[in-house]
Ligand binder design. Structure first.
Ligand SMILES: Cc1cc2nc3c(=O)[nH]c(=O)nc-3n(C[C@H](O)[C@H](O)[C@H](O)COP(=O)(O)OP(=O)(O)OC[C@H]3O[C@@H](n4cnc5c(N)ncnc54)[C@H](O)[C@@H]3O)c2cc1C
Length: 278
């Protein structure tokens, strides 16, 4: 199948893209790795595609005021191979190789993944696990939204119809930062059946500030807050028992299977969080 006809505009500034989004049925085009597939299958048929790839200054990875900032147009591959990511956001570095395949990571963007907010995607869960935030530009100027408030529902975020995600920011890892990541997928590179991105801080022989963000278990990435408390107490089996998830059935697995797999992943990731203690 071919896409339905659409008009095309290439924005060169964020303001221009925001203004173009005022037109009816307009959609941003970043890496195109999700959008073009939906156009080709006619799952969506926007009247206007606004290509943001020509906007300068929307890519790049930099340490700023104790946080790692990643521009929206930064390609997955650039983040995957970045020294800054490895050093300051090791959870994102762990997750990157699980996203699709190199050809897709060469084009797909960090901003596109977060804005698209697929519930089985790795990066939204990483952003949530790290307690990160998102910079948004819209018709009323710029604003910042915490990851905890950004993911609203199935493919639904805090982005309004005329908003552009311009950057994401995560606290830079310190000496006491601990991270863990695991997912189960049918084949490497597929969207996860269930996945878990986690961060914590070492606290003596234990952990504190544990954040467990599961993906593939609901409409958004989901924090398991009771399990976080239990894991901070140091007892992995208590954390598995406390796992406060209620995944719905989907095309990949039943909710019961997903809940079981979430427990399997929690044991693996908890060990990663603990093994990497100083
Ligand atoms: C075969 C295949 C396998 C894949 N497997 C995985 C996987 O395992 N894990 C995973 O996470 N992803 C996977 N993906 C998706 C891939 O990571 C996409 O690149 C990503 O989801 C979207 O990024 P993009 O830059 O390509 O966005 P696009 O496809 O260009 O856009 C996606 C949506 O986000 C909107 N958008 C894009 N950028 C912005 C912005 N800056 N501000 C506001 N809205 C914006 C667009 O309007 C559109 O609605 C896969 C894709 C393919 C084709």
């Amino acid at each position: 199948m071919k896409p339905a006809p659409f008009a095309y505009a290439r924005a060169t500034t964020v303001d221009e893209a925001v203004a173009l989004l005022d037109k009816p049925d307009a959609r941003l085009l970043a890496g195109g790795q999700s959008l073009i597939a939906t156009l080709n299958m006619r799952l969506s048929a926007p009247a206007l595609l606004i290509d943001i790839n020509g906007i300068g200054g929307l890519d790049g990875i930099a340490l700023k005021d104790g946080a790692l900032e990643i521009g929206a147009l930064t390609r997955h591959a650039a983040a995957e191979h970045s020294e800054e990511t490895a050093q300051h956001a090791p959870l994102i570095a762990l997750a990157m190789p699980h996203i699709a395949h190199p050809a897709i990571r060469n084009r797909g963007t960090i901003g596109g993944s977060i804005a698209f907010a697929d519930p089985a995607a790795e990066l939204p869960a990483c952003l949530l696990a790290l307690g990160g935030e998102v910079d948004i530009a819209g018709p009323n100027g710029k604003r910042t939204v915490k990851a905890d408030d950004f993911f609203k529902g199935l493919f639904e975020t805090a982005l309004g119809p005329q908003d552009i995600l311009v950057a994401v920011r995560v606290p830079a890892a310190g000496k006491d930062t601990r991270v863990g990541f695991a997912e189960l997928a049918r084949r490497h590179g597929d969207y996860a059946i269930v996945g878990l991105a986690a961060s914590a801080k070492a606290d003596g022989n234990g952990l504190k500030d544990v954040r467990l963000a599961f993906f593939g278990v609901g409409a958004t990435p989901v924090r398991a807050k009771k399990a976080e408390v239990a894991l901070a107490g140091g007892d992995i089996e208590a954390a598995v028992t406390a796992l406060d998830l209620d995944p719905p059935d989907d095309v990949q697995a039943s909710g019961a299977v997903k809940k079981h797999l979430a427990g399997v992943l929690l044991r693996r990731v908890a060990r990663q969080l603990m093994e990497t203690r100083a």
